[in-house]
Design a protein around this ligand. Sequence first.
Ligand SMILES: [Zn+2]
Ligand SMILES: [Zn+2]
Length: 106
Amino acid sequence: MFLIAGVTPKLKVLDSTPKPCPVCGLHQAYYKRVDHYFNLFFIPILRVKKGEPFFMCERCERTVHEFKKEHSSAWPDIQETTCHHCGKKLEKIFEYCPYCGTRISK
Ligand SMILES: [Zn+2]
Ligand SMILES: [Zn+2]
């Protein structure tokens, strides 16, 4: 008998309320997390690794982290600003706060 077991990633949407995307401004960004599950006969039995939550837009299909990386090479001296709503630090290129979705006043 073969034992079909393995660890597979599973995407979890942490918050199903769409948030404004800091990149394109559309309300199509969600907080997601990839957890790794131990599977037995294709049934997830046990969570073996809890992923870090990330913010990803359905339209851009990029995480805020990736976006930041792309742009920091283009503009090495990106200025930082602070969200007036949640107080988190973010780059000035964002139109919307990637953490709470508040529009950043310039
Ligand atoms: Zn977007
Ligand atoms: Zn914020």
